[in-house]
Design a protein around this ligand. Structure first.
Ligand code: DGJ
Length: 731
C-alpha cells in the first residue's frame, strides 16, 4: 500500500483505485506530486516540477534559485519564509515571531492505523487492513516537531490524514493555526462543491467555479453546524453523478472548522481543512502535543456518485462502531410532533400500542419527560422523571411499552443547562460563559462547559444512572443551540481560546464513556435535526436525525445533499403529520412514506388518531421496509435525478451482490399534459434479469435494458406524487 523510493525520496500511497504521491525535496520540504486515479510504477520523479519565476517569487534555496516554496506544490505549508499562500499552521514563539522552518527529519511506515488520542477517527480491525506513513519534520531553533500522518486502506478507496504538533523544546509555544491537511492540486479547472443551509434546510448542494484567490466555508458556532457541513469537494468542470474526477475531503470533527481552496497566481488549487483558526489558540507547554483531528480524502474518477459510495463504504464499515454497525435498524415511532411537551402515561401508551399493532418495533419518548419540563424554558440538566406526567416513574412506562412487545427509547439533551433548573441553581459557573458578560440564551438555555472534567463526570453519571434504571435500548442525543460567550471558569487567561476545542474533547470523552458502557443501546445524535451531522458524531453514534424538517418534499433536497458524504444508514427519516409542522405543506401519506423509506425509517405523529385506511397503508409501509431495509441500509446508493436540477427526484439502492434493488421516484409538481420520458437506473448487473415489482412497470427486464433504456416515467395526477420499485434478480 505504501512504497518508498530512497533515491528520489518519493512515497507512493496506493489504496484500491487511488494513488497519492509525495516527495521529500532535497531541501527537506514535503512536496505534493499527485493525487488521483491509481497509477503504476516507481519512477515518479518526473511529476516533480520546478520552474524559475521572476523577482516577486522568493527563492527558498540560493543554490537552486528556481526552488521556491511560493510555487512548490506542498503537503503542509507554512507562512513567513517564502510562501505567500494560506498556511496550514502557525506557531508563535516566546519572542512573538511566527517564522518557523520545519524540515524533514525521519519517517516510518507502520502496519495498521494508530488511534488518535481522544478524537474520533476511521479505524481498522486488523493491522493488515491499512498502512500508515508518519513523517516527522523538525524546526531546529525551537526543537518543535510536526508529524504528518497518512493512512492507506487495503479495502477502501480513501486516504486519511492528520497532524501532530509537538513541542519538544524547552520554551512555551503557542499554536495560532493547526490545520489537519493541505494539498496543492495542479490547475484550477474545478468546481467547488459544498453542503450549506440552515436549520430545517440542511446540506443543500452548492457548486461554483473556482476563481483565483480564496473561497472557503467555515463554522464559528461551536458545532459543525446546519449552516456549513465540514465537507468540500473539487470536481472537474462538468462532472456529473457518473462521470468526471472528484476530490472530496471530510472532517472527522464536530466543532468549529474551516475548509477552503486558494487558487494561487500560478493557478494551483490549495485545498485545506482543519479546526477553524478564528478565535482559536493553543498553548503548547514544553513536552506537550496537539493532535489535529482527521480528514478523510476520497478521489473518484466515477463522478460524484462514485465519491459518495467510497465515503459510504468506509463510514459504514470503519467509522461507525458497535453492535449496531452491521445490524438492521429498528422502525420507530417518536412522540415529539404527536404531543410535544403535552403528554401523560396514557397518551404515550396509546401511541405505542397503535405502533405495535402496525408492526413498529421501537417507541421513542422525546423531550419533556424530566424535571418540570412543560415547555422549553426549563429543566435541562435535571435528569429525573417528572412525576406529574409519569406518576409511576420511568420504569413503569418503559415496562408498559416492553409488555406490548416493543423496545423503548429515550431523549436527552445532555450538553445543555436551563437557567431555570436545579443544576444551574447549584452550579451557576458550570456553563460556558465569560465573567462580567451577558450569558446569551438560545432556546432559553445555556451550554454546559464540557471542557471541565467535573461537568463531564456529572453528565456521565446522571445519564448512565437513567440508562441503567430501565431496559432502554435507544437514545436520542439532542443539542439545540450554538455557542456564544465561549469561555470557561476554570481555564487561565492564556488558555481561554482553547475552550471550544476542549469542549469537543470533553464531549467525545463523555460519548465514548456512555456509548461503550451501554453497548446494547442504539444511539442517534441530533442537533435540532442535522446541526451536527458529521463524521465525528458518527464514530460514537451510528445514526443522526437528519433534519427537523420532515416534509417529504423538503426532505428530497436534504436527504440528497446529505447522501453526498454520509451513508443512508446514518440518516433518520420519518413520516410526520400534515399539514407539515415546518412548512405547512400537504402531501400524501404514500409520498411521505416513500421518501422516509430511504433512511432509518419511522413515524413522528399520533398513530392512534389514524383512520383504518391510513393504518392499512402504514402497515404496508412497515412491512415493505422490513423487506427492503437491508438494501437501503447496507446497499450501494445511486442518485438518479436531482431535486436541485428539476421537478423530479429519483434514487436507488442496490445490494452488493446486485441481486436486489429498491428505487424511489418523486415528481414534485404536476405538469399539465407533461413530458413522456424514461429514467435510467444505475448499479445493476447488465447481465442479470430483474423482476420489477410495484409501480407502473411490472415484469421481468434485463439489467442492461434497465441501465441503458431505463424505466418509463410514471404518469401521475396531482402534485407531490411518487412511487417505489423493488427489483429482484431472477435466473
Ligand atoms: C430538536 C429535535 O431535532 C427534535 O426532533 C426534538 O427532539 C426537539 N429538539 C425536542 O426538544
Amino acid at each position: 500500500m505504501i512504497t518508498y523510493n530512497e533515491e528520489t525520496r518519493i512515497f507512493h500511497l496506493k489504496s484500491v483505485d487511488t494513488s497519492y504521491v509525495l516527495k521529500i525535496t532535497d531541501q527537506g520540504h514535503v512536496a505534493h506530486l499527485y493525487w488521483g486515479r491509481a497509477i503504476d510504477g516507481t519512477d515518479l520523479n518526473h511529476l516533480y516540477q520546478l520552474n524559475i519565476r521572476p523577482s516577486f517569487t522568493p527563492s527558498t534555496d540560493m543554490d537552486q534559485l528556481e526552488y521556491s516554496l511560493d510555487t512548490l506544490q506542498q503537503e503542509l505549508p507554512a507562512y513567513g519564509d517564502s510562501d505567500f499562500r494560506s498556511p496550514a499552521y502557525q506557531f508563535q514563539l516566546p519572542n512573538g515571531s511566527t517564522v518557523t522552518n520545519f524540515l524533514y527529519e525521519s519517517h516510518k511506515i507502520v502496519s495498521g492505523k494508530p488511534q488518535l488520542d481522544g478524537l474520533p477517527a476511521v479505524y481498522t480491525e486488523d493491522d493488515a487492513e491499512a498502512q500508515t506513513l508518519l513523517i516527522t519534520l523538525r524546526d531546529e531553533l525551537t526543537n518543535a516537531a510536526i508529524v504528518l500522518s497518512y493512512s492507506v486502506f487495503r479495502d477502501y478507496a480513501a486516504i486519511t490524514r492528520s497532524v501532530q504538533y509537538r513541542n519538544e523544546g524547552s520554551d512555551v509555544l503557542k499554536l495560532n493555526r493547526a490545520l489537519s491537511m493541505s494539498v496543492d492540486m495542479p490547475g484550477y479547472q474545478y468546481e467547488m462543491l459544498q453542503l450549506s443551509g440552515t436549520w430545517v434546510r440542511e446540506r443543500y448542494v452548492h457548486r461554483r467555479k473556482l476563481e483565483p484567490g480564496m473561497q472557503s466555508i467555515e463554522s464559528r458556532r461551536g458545532a459543525s453546524s446546519h449552516v456549513q457541513n465540514p465537507f468540500l469537494a473539487l470536481v472537474s468542470e462538468g462532472a456529473t453523478e457518473q462521470h468526471g474526477d472528484v476530490y472530496g475531503i471530510n472532517f472527522v470533527y464536530s466543532g468549529n472548522f474551516i475548509a477552503g481552496v486558494e487558487v494561487d497566481p500560478y493557478l494551483h488549487s490549495r485545498m485545506f481543512m482543519g479546526i477553524n483558526p478564528f478565535d482559536f489558540n493553543w498553548k503548547l507547554e514544553a513536552g506537550a502535543v496537539f493532535q489535529a483531528p482527521e480528514v478523510v480524502l476520497v478521489h473518484s474518477y466515477e463522478g460524484i456518485g462514485g465519491m459518495s459510495r467510497r465515503f459510504h463504504d468506509l463510514y459504514r464499515n470503519r467509522l461507525t462502531r458497535g453492535e449496531f454497525r452491521d445490524k438492521v435498524r429498528p422502525i420507530l415511532v417518536n412522540n415529539w410532533e404527536a404531543t410535544y411537551f403535552n403528554f401523560n402515561e396514557e397518551k404515550i401508551a396509546n401511541i405505542a400500542q397503535a405502533g405495535k399493532e402496525l408492526g413498529i418495533e421501537l417507541f421513542v419518548l422525546d423531550d419533556g419527560w424530566f424535571g418540570k419540563r412543560n415547555d422549553d424554558t426549563t429543566s435541562l440538566g435535571d435528569w429525573y422523571v417528572d412525576r406529574n406526567k409519569l406518576p409511576n416513574g420511568l420504569g413503569s412506562i418503559v415496562q408498559k411499552v416492553r409488555d406490548l412487545g416493543m423496545q423503548f427509547g429515550l431523549w436527552f439533551e445532555p450538553e445543555m443547562i436551563s437557567p431555570d433548573s436545579d443544576l444551574y441553581r447549584n452550579h451557576p459557573d458550570w456553563c460556558l460563559h465569560v465573567e462580567g458578560r451577558r450569558r446569551t440564551q438560545a432556546r432559553q438555555q445555556l451550554i454546559l462547559d464540557l471542557s471541565r472534567e467535573d461537568v463531564q463526570e456529572y453528565i456521565i453519571s446522571t445519564i448512565s444512572d437513567v440508562l441503567a434504571s430501565a431496559p432502554i435500548t435507544y437514545v436520542k442525543w439532542d443539542m439545540n443551540r450554538n455557542m456564544t460567550e465561549i469561555g470557561s471558569a476554570l481555564l487561565p487567561a492564556d488558555r481561554q481560546r482553547e475552550t471550544a476545542h476542549r469542549y469537543m474533547l470533553g464531549l467525545y470523552r463523555v460519548m465514548e464513556k456512555i456509548t461503550t458502557s451501554f453497548p446494547h443501546i442504539l444511539f442517534e445524535s441530533c442537533s435540532g435535526g442535522g446541526g451536527r451531522f458529521d463524521a465525528g458524531m458518527l464514530y460514537y453514534m451510528p445514526q443522526t436525525w437528519t433534519s427537523d424538517n420532515s416534509d417529504a418534499i423538503s426532505r428530497l433536497k436534504i436527504q440528497y445533499g446529505t447522501s453526498l458524504v454520509y451513508p443512508v444508514s446514518s440518516m433518520g427519516a420519518h413520516v410526520s403529520a400534515v399539514p407539515n409542522h415546518q412548512v405547512n405543506r400537504m402531501t400524501s401519506l404514500e409520498t411521505r412514506g416513500n421518501v422516509a423509506l430511504s433512511g432509518n425509517f419511522g413515524y413522528e405523529l399520533d398513530l392512534s388518531k389514524f383512520s383504518d385506511e391510513e393504518k392499512d397503508l402504514v402497515r404496508q409501509q412497515v412491512e415493505l421496509y422490513k423487506e427492503i431495509r437491508h438494501v437501503v441500509q447496507f446497499g450501494d446508493f445511486y442518485r438518479l435525478l436531482s431535486p436541485f436540477e428539476g421537478n423530479e427526484t429519483a434514487w436507488m439502492f442496490v445490494t452488493k451482490d446486485k441481486t436486489e434493488a429498491f428505487v424511489v421516484y418523486v415528481k414534485v409538481l404536476q405538469e399539465p399534459n407533461g413530458a413522456i420520458g424514461r429514467f435510467r437506473l444505475q448499479g445493476l448487473d447488465p447481465n442479470k434479469s430483474y423482476q420489477v415489482f410495484e409501480g407502473q412497470d411490472s415484469g421481468v427486464y434485463s439489467g442492461d435494458h434497465l441501465l441503458y433504456a431505463g424505466l418509463s416515467v410514471p404518469r401521475f395526477y396531482g402534485d407531490f406524487q411518487s412511487c417505489v420499485y423493488r427489483l429482484k434478480s431472477v435466473e
